[in-house]
Each structure stands twice: as C-alpha cells, then as structure tokens.
Design a protein around this ligand. Structure first.
Ligand code: HEC
Ligand code: HEC
Length: 129
C-alpha cells in the first residue's frame, strides 16, 4: 500500500510539472502555417524572434492554461492575436518566396530576408510615420 501511494505521488508531481511548463508534447500540434515536421528547437527560435520583433511576451498571442498560473496553452487558438499573427506570417512567407527565394533547398517558411522585425522594430503596431 505504501509503495502505491509513493508511486501515485511521484506520478502526480511529474504530471503537474509537465502541465505547468505548458509543454505541447501530449497534444497534437496545431500548425496551419509553419511546416508540420518542424523541430521543437526551430519552432522555439522562430517564436522568440516574434517576441523580439514585436517587443512582447509569449502571452501576447498565447492564452494561459485554465486554472494554472504562469502557464500558456500554445496549441489553443483562443487568442485572436494568434490568427492576426498567422496572417502576417503568410504575408512574410509570400514576400520571401516571391522575391528572395534563391536557395531552393530551404523551405519558404524558413526564409528570413524579410522578417517580422523588418517592419515591427520592437513595436506590436509599427509606426512608420
Ligand atoms: C505574435 C504572436 C506570437 C507570439 C508573441 C508567440 N507565438 Fe507561439 N505561435 C504563434 C502562432 C501564430 C502559432 C501557430 C503557427 C502555425 O499555425 O503554423 C504559434 C505556435 C506556437 C507553438 C506550437 C503549438 C502547437 O500547436 O503545437 C508553440 C510551442 C509556441 N507557439 C510557443 C511560443 C513561445 C514559447 C513563445 C514566446 C517565446 C511564443 N510562442 C510567442 C504566435 C505567437
Ligand atoms: C511589411 C511590414 C510587416 C511585416 C514584415 C510584418 N508586419 Fe505585422 N504588422 C504590420 C503593420 C503595418 C501592422 C499594423 C496593422 C494595423 O494597423 O492594423 C502589423 C500588425 C501586426 C499584428 C497585430 C498587432 C495588434 O496589436 O493588432 C501582429 C500580431 C503582427 N503584426 C505580427 C507580425 C508577425 C508575427 C510578423 C512576422 C511573421 C509580422 N507581423 C511581420 C506590418 C508588418
């Protein structure tokens, strides 16, 4: 019996850590623009470029997991800002593909001649006036 309780306790701790970190491992990916076979590392580094370019944090586009503070549900599309961002991503991919697609071994989604930062420069809404 005692062993059982320890097992359950350890299991719960591991489960909570997993949920708390908001890791998408147990869920299907919800990618409509980026390639489905993208590596975690590449996805992560692309997301970081968005935060730098827009001068925001991850929660600008991703909503928290319900009832879990300091967590984010990256798979969820509940924040409409995520769809705004997808539109921007499509635009950037189209521009790069049309005008800067020199190295055909690279997927168009990974071209970065024109990037979010080309216009945003640290602002969520670029001011070009
Ligand atoms: C400007 C908006 C924006 C910001 C800021 C942002 N993301 Fe994202 N994120 C997106 C969009 C849009 C997608 C979905 C891309 C697609 O559909 O191909 C996404 C997808 C993801 C996914 C994949 C989820 C899945 O379906 O498996 C992860 C993980 C993720 N983001 C992590 C982060 C992290 C970590 C940060 C902060 C460093 C961050 N994001 C910041 C817009 C953003
Ligand atoms: C060609 C210039 C340009 C590029 C490149 C660009 N954006 Fe934008 N973005 C804009 C402009 C201009 C606006 C403001 C539109 C408006 O006034 O509604 C904007 C608005 C946004 C918004 C909405 C902000 C808000 O608060 O409503 C998001 C999110 C966004 N961009 C994300 C991105 C991401 C992510 C990338 C890179 C994948 C990107 N943008 C690349 C020009 C650009």
């Amino acid at each position: 019996m005692k062993k059982n309780k320890v097992f359950v306790a350890v299991f719960c701790i591991i489960a909570f850590i997993g949920i708390g970190m908001g890791l998408p491992y147990h869920k299907e990916r919800n990618l409509k623009v980026l390639p489905k076979d993208i590596s975690d590392a590449r996805l992560d580094s692309i997301m970081k470029t968005y935060t730098v370019a827009l001068g925001v944090k991850c929660n600008f586009c991703h909503v928290p997991v319900k009832n879990i503070p300091d967590s984010l549900d990256y798979v969820s599309d509940a924040d409409p800002m995520k769809e705004n961002a997808r539109e921007m991503m499509r635009m950037v991919i189209d521009i790069n593909k049309a005008y800067f697609y020199f190295d055909k071994t690279v997927k168009p989604e990974y071209l970065n001649e024109v990037t979010c930062n080309t216009c945003h420069r640290g602002e969520p809404i670029p001011n070009n006036k």
